[in-house]
Design a protein around this ligand. Structure first.
Ligand code: SF4
Length: 124
């Protein structure tokens, strides 16, 4: 990734406190970053990932046939690259599953080649 210039400011989403984080690329042999404003190591990790490999969980629904509901709630098993969120939502719009589906069943394996599965979050 090309390091951005200057100081980036962001709000940590790790908990409701919402610490105001600052991240600055320092460069050098160690490819160093200055991270400030966090109250715990979770915030430091979040800031580092946000500037080098931002990721997000995706929670949505897919169509289901033969169930009492028409949509099945699903989510990614772990965060995917942020720039693939919209593409994954479009891909999931085309997915159709058939009841019965158990909570935790894989609805879409290796979504968009990310290595992350999309799983059902309830049984229907
Ligand atoms: S740095 Fe820690 S305490 Fe602050 S918002 Fe993030 S998770 Fe919460």
């Amino acid at each position: 990734m090309t390091p951005p210039d200057g100081v980036q400011r962001m709000v940590c989403i790790g908990c409701p406190i919402g610490c105001q984080l600052e991240v600055e690329y320092l460069g050098g042999d160690g490819d160093a970053w200055r991270i400030a404003g966090y109250d715990c190591k979770k915030g430091k990790s979040y800031a580092a990932e946000e500037v080098t490999d931002p990721r997000r969980m995706v929670a949505t629904t897919v169509a289901i046939e033969g169930a009492s509901w028409r949509r099945l709630p699903v989510r990614t098993a772990s965060p995917i690259p942020k720039d693939q969120v919209l593409a994954l939502c479009r891909r999931l719009h085309a997915v159709r599953v058939t009841s019965p589906v158990a909570m935790g069943d894989v609805v879409l394996a290796d979504a968009l080649g990310t290595g992350v599965d999309v799983i059902a979050t309830r049984s229907l």
